[in-house]
Design a protein around this ligand. Structure first.
Ligand SMILES: Cc1cc2nc3c(=O)[nH]c(=O)nc-3n(C[C@H](O)[C@H](O)[C@H](O)COP(=O)(O)OP(=O)(O)OC[C@H]3O[C@@H](n4cnc5c(N)ncnc54)[C@H](O)[C@@H]3O)c2cc1C
Ligand code: SF4
Length: 482
């Protein structure tokens, strides 16, 4: 695989980045892909290691999270085809397992690269950039829609159009079933549309995929809350899939959490994108304000980046976890993700603009203070010696007229599951089938109800949600066409 010994001669070269001063001037994509030839050279670094954990997607006891690609992309084979400039074959190999590489090639935190053998004593192969280059190539040449389904094919209604719902819809349509997607928001895409900001995933990339799905006969009904339509959907469909995400945000239950100016990150990020797409001012504005983001992770990074684009005066990120070390014991961590210090695009931009990383590590939020509206966040340093606890005498206020809470999600809205005669899954079971809805709601046939994505697993990653949507589709199709 790859070019023999290339990894010894060729160093890792990731995609370029727009300089922060320029990038924060708009919501355009911050990544600058390599030229095609350079990307092929990067693919040649894949070294035929023989223990390709990158593509395994397995769980190892004692290691947090799954190892490698959740979609089990055939990474060494795809890299090899790209290195040989067999672009069409490489695209074909990639989409065997991943229907939407244009999403993952931009937003995936690439657990594949964390598990790459080359990363043990050097720098991992640029697996994600290779994937993005292949998907860009495929879209530039035009993508064919799927053949339209037969008029009498079974009909599946999918509630939710995030990556899990889209993947499930695409796979069912590919297998010849009719698919109807019901989405509460005004635009399809779930967190791909309203959540992940435009500079990381341009919304045109989501919209063109939805257009292709529509050309493939998949119907989208937006602005429709399925909660009030359970009876109709159960009666009209041969199966229902609940791919509604895990959209109940985790609060920071401290004094002052209801003050005006304190918002959940996902509400803020949704509003930023909606305002951008609708061409109107954003109702939650960081311009000229001190902004505090509570929580790390991708969502926190996205908030930092959006606040910078709105012209925040300062941005501080309050994070409970201790700062990771600059280097790590690679062998001890491998093939799990290495807890090593790094910056996301938001922190890199803040550092370039303000001269310091915006993150306050080992710091807890004690209260939000303000008279009529939030004016400060009271924080306290944390110690991890003998279990996590606050350090006496370290409380202080940091100024903040806008607070964004990015502490993850508690789970899906359970009432929706009840409306479909099902109970929310705790994600521990293997299957996606939840229940035949009860007879009172459905008449006699007991339309089967399934769950997929974050609604089944809790908050995950785009790649995991896609993988779960695909697996759900297989289960649905098997049940409807045994
Ligand atoms: C701000 C943010 C940034 C993230 N960044 C990344 C990232 O960079 N990389 C990454 O891999 N992962 C990221 N994630 C995680 C990733 O986006 C999710 O794991 C993934 O989107 C889950 O997909 P899903 O289809 O299960 O649910 P979702 O994407 O949440 O989609 C669920 C859909 O269901 C709809 N819905 C809910 N209730 C109803 C109803 N009653 N009727 C009709 N429709 C309904 C919702 O409107 C929504 O469109 C991020 C998450 C957040 C919040
Ligand atoms: S989907 Fe994510 S984990 Fe899988 S190969 Fe692509 S970047 Fe890596």
């Amino acid at each position: 695989m790859g070019e023999v010994g290339a990894f010894l001669r060729i160093g890792r070269q990731g995609h370029g980045l727009r300089p922060a001063a320029e990038a924060v001037g708009d919501y355009g994509e911050f990544a600058r892909p390599l030229a095609a030839d350079d990307q092929c050279r990067q693919a040649s670094r894949c070294m035929n290691c023989g223990v390709a954990f990158c593509q395994s997607g397995i769980e190892i006891p004692g290691v947090a999270g799954a190892i490698g690609c959740p979609l089990q992309n055939l990474i060494p084979e795809t890299n090899d085809l790209l290195f040989r400039r067999r672009w069409d074959d490489a695209v074909g190999r990639l989409i065997l397992t991943n229907p939407f590489p244009e999403f993952t090639g931009r937003v995936c935190p690439s657990p594949c690269e964390a598990a790459c053998n080359l990363g043990l004593h050097g720098s991992a192969v640029t697996i994600q950039d290779n994937e993005r280059a292949l998907s860009d190539y495929a879209w530039e040449r035009g993508m064919d829609p799927l053949p339209a389904p037969a008029a009498d094919a079974p009909l599946v209604s999918i509630v939710g159009s995030g990556p899990a719902g889209l993947a499930c819809a695409w796979e069912l349509a590919r297998r010849g079933l009719r698919v109807h997607v019901v989405e509460r928001a005004d635009r399809p895409g779930g967190l791909l549309m309203y959540g992940i900001p435009n500079m990381k995933l341009p919304k045109e990339v989501v919209e063109r995929r939805v257009r292709l799905m529509e050309e493939s006969g998949i119907e989208f009904e937006c602005g429709a809350d399925a909660g009030g339509q359970a009876e109709r959907l159960l009666a009209d469909s041969d199966a229902v899939v609940l791919a509604v995400g895990a959209c109940v945000p985790r609060p920071v239950a401290v004094e002052g959490c209801d003050l005006p100016g304190v918002h959940f990150a996902v509400d803020y990020l949704t509003e930023v994108t909606r305002a951008l797409l609708d061409g109107r001012p954003c109702a939650i504005d960081a311009a000229g304000k001190d902004v505090a983001v509570i929580g790390g992770g991708d969502t926190g990074t996205d908030c930092v980046a959006c606040a910078l684009r709105q012209g925040a005066r300062s941005v501080t990120q309050v994070i409970r976890a201790p700062r990771p070390a600059d280097t790590c014991d690679a062998a001890a961590a491998w093939p799990g993700r290495r807890p090593v210090y790094s910056q996301g695009y938001g922190q890199r931009e803040a550092q370039e603009l303000f001269g310091a990383d915006p993150r306050l590590w080992s710091t807890d939020t004690v209260a939000f203070r303000g008279d009529g509206a939030v004016q400060a966040v009271a924080v306290q340093e944390l110690s991890y010696e003998g279990g996590r606890h606050g350090v006496e005498g370290t409380q202080r206020d940091i100024p903040a007229q806008l607070v964004l809470i990015a502490k993850g999600f508690l789970g899906p809205e359970e009432s929706l599951f009840g409306a479909f005669g099902a109970q929310a899954s705790d994600g521990t079971g293997d299957g996606h089938w939840l229940a035949p809805a009860d007879d009172a709601a459905t008449g006699e046939d007991g339309t089967p109800v399934f769950a997929a994505g974050d609604a089944r697993l809790g908050s995950t990653l785009v790649a995991t949600a896609i993988a779960d949507g695909l697996a759900c589709a297989e289960e649905v199709a098997t049940q409807l066409r045994p």
